[in-house]
Write a protein that binds this ligand. Structure first.
Ligand SMILES: [Zn+2]
Length: 386
């Protein structure tokens, strides 16, 4: 088999090619946005772009790729201009550090699913995990120096290992395959932040988007140096993953309607050490829903910062205060995933604690406040509002 040669390009196709070279691919996408299906790319010399964009650049009517027949017609039309249509993502995989404003722009560039947290791009063999801090799972920032938890996919009902996303990640786990980890902080952009490998998975209790308790797959990911790096020896999982049948069948207080503070803290302090790693045992590194709920119960309606100038007038879509639950000592720096190390802050106070000029001072003050509030709540034992 010989490599396919670059097709002979028509005059108009060369114009489109020159345009890509002149303004760059990113600008080209903005100037000639792909409309409708952008699932195909066109080789322009050495550069490939969505067929829709190329058609627009050449002054062709927008291609209609919505069904097989029109796709065939479009392919013929592009062939008249010496252009070949191909699946996306076969040519230029994402580069570490690259950013996109949202999932839509990633889909335009690489194709694939827009909704699932765990996707493969067409023509690519690598699994991508997306973590959005303001998304349905409110994932916290990942950590580089310790394995971290990542919730599986499936918005409602018990999660299943056979759902498309979880199935992909389970295959990557079994093959010890590197995965791309994409992360979007609140108000920020999606960044291909690091290469990871799946260290472990287990089952945990959580609450779905309808507010019902359900079983969730909790993946444990670890950062690795590159796609071919492999896991450090001591992180290679020496145990089989929990079969779902082995899950604690008592629904934890974290997934109940109105647990008490004590119930949640008790759950946290007695949770099993589920991650068995060769030569050592790690406590579950996944953030606990129990810890988060306990802090929210403790805070009630008011920001826990003493220098707060007031909660926002707006409330969440579920009519709750707009809180951001913060680990005072960062989890990445071995801070505990425990209410004594956590505070519920309004968005302003959270920004001041993480980015303000007095951030270090605020952090020290909040450490003391978290401890005091935890001790007081243990005595009061407040219950979640129904
Ligand atoms: Zn505040």
């Amino acid at each position: 088999m010989t490599e396919p040669t670059v097709p002979q390009l028509s005059q108009r196709a060369l114009l489109a090619s020159d345009e890509v070279v002149r303004i760059g691919l990113d600008e080209f996408f903005v100037k000639y946005p792909p409309t409708g299906s952008a699932g195909f790319l066109v080789p322009l010399g050495t550069t490939q772009v969505p067929a829709q964009s190329a058609a627009a650049a050449m002054g062709l009517n927008p291609l209609n790729l919505t069904n097989d027949a029109s796709r065939r017609r479009s392919e013929l039309k592009m062939l008249e201009h010496g252009l070949r249509m191909m699946p996306t993502a076969v040519y230029s995989p994402p580069q570490i550090g690259e950013t996109h404003p949202h999932r839509t722009s990633i889909k335009i560039r690489y194709g694939g699913d827009l909704i699932s947290g765990i996707v493969k791009f067409p023509g690519d063999t690598i699994v991508n995990c997306f973590a959005d801090e303001s998304g349905a799972y409110a994932d916290d920032p990942p950590t580089r120096d310790a394995p971290f938890g990542y919730r599986g996919d499936g918005l409602q009902g018990n999660q299943k290992l056979t759902s498309p996303g979880n199935k992909r990640l389970e295959a990557a786990r079994l093959e010890h395959a590197a995965v791309r980890f994409w992360h979007k902080p609140r108000g920020g952009q999606f960044t291909f932040e690091m290469w990871c490998m799946v260290v472990h998975r287990h089952w945990g209790w959580g609450i779905d988007t309808r507010g019902e308790n359900r079983q969730e797959v909790v993946w444990t990911l670890s950062a690795i140096d590159g796609p071919d790096a492999g896991l450090p020896e001591d992180l290679i999982d020496s145990s089989a993953s929990d079969p779902v049948a082995d899950m604690d069948n008592t629904v934890g207080p974290e997934a109940q309607a109105n647990p008490t503070y004590l119930d949640l803290v008790d759950r946290l302090e007695t949770r099993p050490e589920v991650v068995h790693v060769k030569n050592r045992v790690r406590r579950d590194p996944a953030r606990s829903l129990a810890a988060r709920r306990a802090v929210l119960i403790r805070a009630g309606e008011e920001c826990e910062s003493p220098w707060c100038t007031g909660m926002p007038a707006d409330r969440s879509v579920t009519d709750e205060p707009l809180f951001e639950v913060d680990h005072v000592e960062d989890l990445a720096l071995k801070g505990a995933d425990h209410p004594a190390n956590m505070v519920a802050l309004c968005p302003n106070c959270h920004a001041a604690k993480t980015r303000g000029s007095r951030a270090e001072e605020r952090r020290r003050q909040l450490k003391k406040i978290a401890n005091e509030k935890h001790a007081a709540a243990m005595k009061r034992n407040p219950r979640a509002a129904q």
